[in-house]
Design a protein around this ligand. Sequence first.
Ligand SMILES: [Zn+2]
Ligand SMILES: [Zn+2]
Length: 389
Amino acid sequence: MSEHIAQPTNINLINSSFLIGTPILAATSLVYYSMNYGISWFEPVIFFFFYFASGLSITAGYHRLFSHRTHKGEWPLRLFYALFGAAAFQNSAIKWCSDHRRHHLKTDEDEDPYSVTDGFVWAHIGWVMVDQGDEIVEHVEDLQADKILAWQDRHIFLIGFLVGIVLPGLVGFALLGNIHGLLGGMIYGGFLRVVVVHHATFLINSAAHTWGTQPYSTANTSKDSPLLSFFTFGEGYHNFHHTFQADYRNGHRWYHWDPSKWLIQTASWFGLTKDLHKIPDKSIESRRMKATFERKVEGQYIESDYQEKLSDCVSQLRKGFTDLMERRKEFKQAKKSKKQQSKSSWKSMKEAHRNRIKQCKMKIAEARNEFKILMKSLKDKRTNKPASA
Ligand SMILES: [Zn+2]
Ligand SMILES: [Zn+2]
């Protein structure tokens, strides 16, 4: 990592001054403000509004819509992301996505702009503060063709200043009608919020490549951390994301904390997003099975029948999910013709559909159980105990 050592000649003065200056400005202005005005309902409201607006514009907008094209977004939403993404002070969407696409293409390699293999601090903040030669903007022709994003790229700092600092000040002034509101808006909705959103999103490059589990792949340093998702608008499921980057969700289960996913889903009800791409459950779970197996056998000689058993489990699981989807579709179709049937014939038909669905679920459960037995036999093999199955 010698090329990343900060020298007076390669420090990016503008970025460094901004990243060091904003926490100092936020802290000193908070002390002054608290001593003069204290705190009421207004400060948390303005903070959280601008926190979610700018943070989600980065995660749902810059990341999942623009970088990965996991769904389509209508122009009012793209404009919102362009305005509030600028307010997060993380450069224009075009430049952000160019770096991010390179991060996925070259994860942990020299070309990865924020590779954690060069250190936690480098991945978190160092890469922004040190110049890495000429700025590379590539693989973003699709975004450069978007008029909203091209306009944002041309005026990024002015938009950021107006939406990220001036706007919260004006909202504060409008709400409280005095200098107290103006200052409170600028400090809580502006300075403090910028610092918190900065470090929340920076954690995805540093912490999400350092701490957590790797349920889907060990091909790179990306990790899953539900805890981190609370601070990163759902981006903590980073191993899932690196494995299935075309999915608009990072937390793929309904109970996974992922506000970015919920925003994209909610926007689809109003026609603002469409074509939300989901990786099928069968692909997610079979990938997880394979990764678990690979982890267990790492560095060991394994007879081919273990590999065959794994393939059986995976194909049984995939078939179970495919059949389940089919049976559910058939049941849905049958429900449409419900009115044309007598009560008793519909009742027996419903029962038959439910039974077929149940059988598919049992097949899936069986595949999961077979896999558990396989894992146990591998464990027994390691400890030289006779396999129980
Ligand atoms: Zn990504
Ligand atoms: Zn990553």
